[in-house]
Design a binder for this molecule. Structure first.
Ligand SMILES: N[C@@H](CCC(=O)N[C@@H](CS)C(=O)NCC(=O)O)C(=O)O
Length: 198
């Protein structure tokens, strides 16, 4: 049985949404970060970072929300959450799957901390560039790859929802609002929100 280690009101949301979209049976293992459960020796064997979320599946174990999305979509292709490895859309899928941890998250941290870094040095360029690029990519829709919803929408949708709606660190734009409305209307997103509320 797949086990998802999670804590309420945390980045676990991305993987709760993933598992609810997947339709796969899974067990939720509450790892409440307010109690320090994420630093327990047994948990560190699952995620040596001592953070949530993490996932185990038989002998496989991993942390990092986007990696968990990639793992589930590839290990269980019946979930139809990723284009096949031979599909040309796979390239953009991978780009957007990792855009959230690689660009959206650091851009939010930059906005929060007001740290100035030259755009050629910062791996995400600048927060303005990240959100301009995302706006252009979401202009057509309905999903980041076009017609097909994928695990990349789970990482991008979670990151954008966090930045624009939950923490209001990034001003919304019409393309973001339309996309986030589509994401939040999904029954799996709504189930995940209820679970994540704790
Ligand atoms: N890069 C990680 C970030 C995970 C993360 O920062 N988790 C936070 C909760 S949102 C956490 O576990 N904090 C508790 C701690 O560090 O002790 C991912 O994307 O999964």
């Amino acid at each position: 049985m797949i086990k998802l280690y999670w804590s309420p009101r945390s980045r676990s949301f991305t993987t709760l949404w993933l598992m609810e979209e997947s339709g796969l049976p899974y067990e939720r293992v509450l790892t409440d970060i307010s109690t320090g459960a994420q630093k327990a020796p047994d948990y560190l064997k699952v995620n040596p970072m001592g953070k949530v979320p993490a996932l185990s599946d038989g002998d496989a174990a991993l942390g990092e929300a986007a990696a968990i999305c990639a793992y589930i979509a590839d290990r269980y292709p019946e979930t139809r959450l990723a284009p096949a490895v031979t599909d040309p859309r796979r390239a953009r899928y991978l780009q957007w799957l990792f855009f959230s941890p690689g660009c959206i998250e650091p851009a939010i941290i930059q906005i929060f901390t007001k740290i100035e870094i030259p755009t050629s040095t910062a791996a995400w360029g600048s927060a303005t560039q990240v959100f301009d690029v995302l706006e252009a990519a979401l202009a057509e829709g309905p999903w980041i790859l076009g017609e097909e919803f994928s695990a990349a929408d789970i990482t991008v949708g979670s990151g954008l929802n966090f930045a624009v709606r939950r923490f209001k660190m990034v001003p919304s734009r019409p393309a973001f609002d339309a996309y986030l409305d589509r994401c939040t209307a999904r029954p799996a997103f709504q189930r995940a929100e209820k679970i994540a509320a704790g």
